[in-house]
Write a protein that binds this ligand. Structure first.
Ligand code: AMP
Ligand code: ZN
Length: 450
């Protein structure tokens, strides 16, 4: 059985689902830019959970939203609208463009598609009815500025996921600073905002023309598309507060019960020791990995070398090492023949089930790789078993490299130069060959290349 670390109870718990079905919701991307590999690490988490849950015999239903409106860059500016100005394209086109790129990145990382990707901008009706119900039931109110706010104090268990209780949240914490004064209490948050000067991405509502706050979209979409009970809710650790705390309050106020059974969070990815951010200048995209001639699945491999709930540091060195191991493992799998049979390895299975201990599963594969007692055929079957969760395309045929005519000529000239002991010429030719992408090795039997 799959066991996962639950943020709220801070315990590793059994994941049982309901009648054989596991209903999951994972917070999706804000589509105003390419997802960086940190975002992708979080999206990989729901993929790993789905794959392992299926291996444990559960069916999985996964919904992941697309945030294409309402996520604010500042108090006044929507991220999508800001980017639409930068690129001088219609905001809906911006959203479409980056949504398509998001799907492409998922594909390149072998992240299996969710069952549904509802867009915030197409779920406005759902949000409006949710807000109407919250107002009718005394959980929300129209502020003096015309915006609709959730009344945090109406929800007694606010703070249960993150431990941020209302009485310890001081005014001045970065809420929507501009709204202080219009709200009854500093921790209240906007469900719906009045358009003011904004003319794009706005909708008619009973409270006037406006646009949604960020948090309400996930309550509205998860309740409509997953259901009144959600077994697992997944996201990056930064979403624990305020996003998930606010979402829990909204959803529970709407359903009248604890809507989400388990909140699961993935820890952040760092790059070369620092949190990945535009301002730190260390944002890495999957395309950057590909541009360096590394297999995008090397990224998936390095993520798997770290448990999802520990912070991890990515570097070009770790990606390159993963790229090399990946090639070696594909060769190992190819050497085991062409059979499609898989053989379950108990240790690998236990590692997956034990709170997604993928580092241990990879360690076990390294042991199998080195074990001279295991036949090549069996190694193949064991690796293919693990790959159902690892998703590293280990059965992909190893690349066959065909030398260009120029490379053949250079290799021949270098062999001649070495025979004449013209080492200056030999070094010059080596540099040329290496610039063309080959690695040259000189051994007792002459030069060889890879
Ligand atoms: P966004 O597109 O900004 O809405 O973020 C999408 C997801 O990426 C959210 O679940 C975030 O928690 C997650 N996320 C953001 N930064 C990182 C990071 N450096 N490492 C891992 N996950 C992240
Ligand atoms: Zn969300």
């Amino acid at each position: 059985m799959l066991r996962l670390y639950e943020t709220q109870s801070r315990e590793v718990v059994d994941i049982v689902g309901n009648d054989g079905l596991l209903r999951m919701y994972c917070c999706g991307p804000t589509v105003y830019r390419d997802a960086h590999v940190g975002n992708l690490r979080t999206f990989l988490l729901s993929d790993l959970i789905s794959r392992v849950a299926q291996a444990s015999g559960l069916r999985v239903q996964l919904v992941q939203n697309i945030t294409d409106v309402g996520h604010m860059a500042t108090d006044f500016e929507d991220k999508i609208l800001a980017q639409s100005k930068v690129e001088a394209i219609d905001p809906f086109e911006i959203a479409k463009k980056y949504e398509a790129r998001f799907h492409k990145d998922l594909q390149r990382l072998n992240i299996l598609p969710a069952d549904l990707y509802p867009r915030a901008s197409e779920s406005i009706e759902l949000m409006i009815s949710a807000i109407e119900k919250l107002i009718a039931n005394g959980f929300a109110y129209v502020g003096v500025d015309g915006n609709v706010y959730f009344d945090a104090q109406s929800f007694p268990t606010y703070g249960a996921i993150s431990g941020n209780r209302l009485d310890s949240l001081k005014p001045g914490h970065r809420f929507d600073a501009s709204e202080d004064g219009a709200k009854r209490f500093h921790a209240d948050w906007a469900l719906w905002k009045i358009a003011g000067d904004r003319s794009q991405m706005v909708w008619e509502t009973p409270w006037g023309v406006g646009y949604p706050g960020w948090h309400i979209e996930c309550s509205a979409m998860s309740l409509a598309y997953v259901g009144q009970s959600v077994d697992l809710h997944v996201g990056g650790i930064d979403l624990r507060f305020p996003h998930h705390e606010n979402e829990r309050a909204q959803s529970n106020a709407l359903t009248g019960h604890e809507t989400v059974t388990h909140w699961i969070h993935g820890e952040h990815l760092l790059f070369e020791g620092r949190k990945m951010s535009k301002s730190a200048g260390n944002v890495v995209l999957l395309q950057d990995v590909i541009d360096r001639k590394l297999d995008p699945l090397a990224t998936r491999f390095t993520f798997l070398e770290n448990r999802y709930r520990s912070q991890m540091d990515l570097s070009w060195a770790s990606l390159t090492a993963a790229h090399i191991t990946l090639k070696r493992w594909r060769r190992l799998v190819a050497d085991g023949g062409t059979g499609i049979a898989v053989e379950k390895d108990r240790e690998v299975e236990e590692a997956f089930f034990n709170d997604l201990d993928t580092p241990r599963a990879l360690q076990r594969l390294r042991t199998i790789e080195k074990d001279a007692q295991i036949t090549a055929q069996r190694k193949r079957a064991l690796f293919l078993y693990a790959d159902q969760v690892l998703g590293l395309d280990l059965d992909r045929a190893p690349e066959k490299v065909v030398l260009t005519g120029e490379q053949v000529t250079l290799l021949e000239s270098r062999a001649e130069a070495r025979a004449k002991k013209d080492f200056a010429e030999s070094d010059r030719l080596r540099a040329q060959l290496e610039a063309s992408g080959l690695v040259i090795n000189d051994g007792p039997d002459g030069q060889s290349w890879s």
